[in-house]
Design a protein. Structure first.
Length: 385
C-alpha cells in the first residue's frame, strides 16, 4: 500500500548494478526499482497501500497476531457463516475501498513514515467529466510533483529541471489498495473488524487484514464510514509490529474540482528536460525466464521490457511483476559484468530488496513482503536460454 517509494527520486538506471559494496548497490537499486513497484502503501504498496504513512503508533493487537482468524467466526469460536460468504465480504470490502479512492473527489495532506523516515505530501484527486486528474507534491526534502491525467503520469523535479513521463498510471498508491481485482484474497488473508476511531476529523471503521502464512504482511486500515475512503493504513509484521504507516492529517471529502490542476502544475516547465520511460508487454518465454516452482498466492501480473532514455543514454531492463492482490513483488533483471557476490539485502520499513545473480544477469527482487518471500522468488527464478 505505499509509502516513500510512491514518489521516489528518479536516478540513472545504470545504478541498478553500480560499483561499490553490495549493500550500496542494493540501496541504489531499491530507489530505482521502486519507481515501478506495484506497492504498499504498498504500501505503498503497499507500501504497498503500495505506498504507508504516519499516524498514531498505538495498535490494538490481537492476543496472537499469527493465528488464523476468520471474520465469520462467532464470539465462541464457532463458524456462523460459510467460507464463501467470508470470501465475498472480503472481496467486496476491498473493492469498495479501492473504488472510493478512484471515483471520489478528495484533497488533503498525508504523512508517510517508513524505515525511520517521515515524508509529508499534499494530494488533490478529482474526476471531472469522466477524466481523472491527480496531483501529489512532497513537502519535505527535494521537491517532487507527480501529476496524472488519466493514463499519463508526469513526475516534475524542479531542482533538476526535469520531467519524467510515463504512459501509464500505476494506480496503486495511497489511498488505493488493490493490486489485482480478481485475486484469491480469502485463501491468504482473513478480515476482522475492530471497531471505530476518529482519524483526520472523520469517524472511521477499523479493519484488520490478517495473513494466513508467513509470506506476506498484515494490515490495519481506517476507512471513512460513509465513503469507504482509506484514511490511514499500517503494515504489520507477524508480531504485530508497525513496519510502515500512512495517514491523512488533513482531508476534504468534498473539494471543488479544479479542471486546471494539471496545467497549473506544468506552468514554468517549458524549458525542462523531458525523459520518457517506456515499457512493452512481453512474455516470460520471450524474455527467457521462468519460475521453477510457484510462490503460494502470487500470480504473474505481467512481464515488461523497459527501454529508458535517461540523460540521453538508452538502457533496457526486464521487469516481472507478481501480486497476491494486496502485496506485490517485482523482479528486475539486466546484464552486468559485475562479479561481486549476490545475497546483499536491504530493509526499509515494509519494503525489502535482495540482490541475486542468474548467469550473466544481475537480478533485484523487491517488494513490500517479508525477506523470506523474496528469497523464494530468487531461488525459483531460472533462465530458459
Amino acid at each position: 500500500m505505499k509509502r516513500i517509494s510512491v514518489w521516489p527520486l528518479r536516478i540513472k538506471l545504470k545504478m541498478l548494478v553500480p560499483h561499490g559494496s553490495p549493500r550500496i548497490r542494493v540501496q541504489h537499486a531499491v530507489v530505482c526499482c521502486a519507481l515501478w513497484l506495484i506497492p504498499a502503501i504498498t504500501w505503498a504498496n503497499p507500501s504497498r497501500v503500495t505506498a504507508a504513512g504516519a499516524g498514531t503508533r498505538d495498535v490494538a493487537l490481537l492476543a496472537n497476531p499469527s493465528q488464523k482468524i476468520d471474520s465469520a467466526a462467532s464470539a465462541d469460536g464457532q463458524y456462523s457463516k460459510p467460507q464463501q460468504h467470508h470470501e465475498a465480504s472480503l472481496r467486496s470490502w476491498l473493492q469498495r475501498v479501492s473504488q472510493a479512492a478512484k471515483d471520489r473527489n478528495y484533497s488533503g495532506v498525508f504523512v508517510v513514515q517508513s524505515g525511520g523516515r517521515i515524508v509529508t505530501s499534499t494530494i488533490d484527486h478529482y474526476v471531472v467529466h469522466g477524466n481523472t486528474l491527480e496531483r501529489v507534491e512532497t513537502l519535505d526534502g527535494q521537491r517532487r510533483i507527480l501529476v496524472c491525467h488519466n493514463a499519463e503520469t508526469r513526475t516534475i523535479l524542479p531542482d533538476a529541471r526535469l520531467i519524467v513521463v510515463e504512459d501509464h498510471h500505476t494506480d496503486y498508491s495511497f489511498p488505493r489498495m488493490l493490486k489485482t481485482p480478481h485475486a484469491d484474497y480469502a485463501t491468504h488473508y482473513k478480515l476482522r473488524q475492530e471497531g471505530h476511531e476518529r482519524c483526520a476529523g472523520y469517524v472511521c471503521d477499523v479493519t484488520r487484514i490478517i495473513p494466513q502464512d508467513d509470506l506476506r504482511y498484515g494490515y490495519r486500515l481506517w476507512t471513512e464510514q460513509r465513503s469507504g475512503l482509506l484514511v490511514k493504513a499500517q503494515t504489520l509484521n507477524d508480531l504485530g509490529k508497525v513496519l510502515d504507516q500512512v495517514a491523512f492529517t488533513q482531508l476534504d471529502l468534498n473539494p471543488k474540482p479544479r479542471p486546471d490542476l494539471i496545467s497549473e502544475a506544468l506552468k514554468g516547465t517549458s524549458n525542462y528536460r523531458i525523459e520518457h520511460m517506456r515499457a512493452s508487454l512481453s512474455t516470460p518465454q520471450a524474455q527467457g525466464w521462468a519460475l521453477s516452482h510457484p510462490i503460494p498466492g502470487f500470480e504473474s501480473v505481467g512481464i515488461y521490457k523497459r527501454r529508458l532514455m535517461l540523460h540521453g543514454k538508452p538502457t533496457e531492463v526486464t521487469q516481472w511483476l507478481f501480486s497476491d492482490g494486496l502485496a506485490s513483488v517485482s523482479l528486475f533483471a539486466g546484464p552486468s559484468a559485475d562479479s561481486r557476490q549476490p545475497g546483499a539485502s536491504l530493509h526499509m520499513g515494509d519494503t525489502n530488496a535482495l540482490l541475486a545473480r542468474k548467469g550473466a544477469w544481475s537480478v533485484i527482487v523487491i517488494g513490500a513482503v517479508p525477506a523470506k518471500t523474496l528469497q523464494l522468488f530468487a531461488d525459483s527464478l531460472k533462465q530458459l536460454h
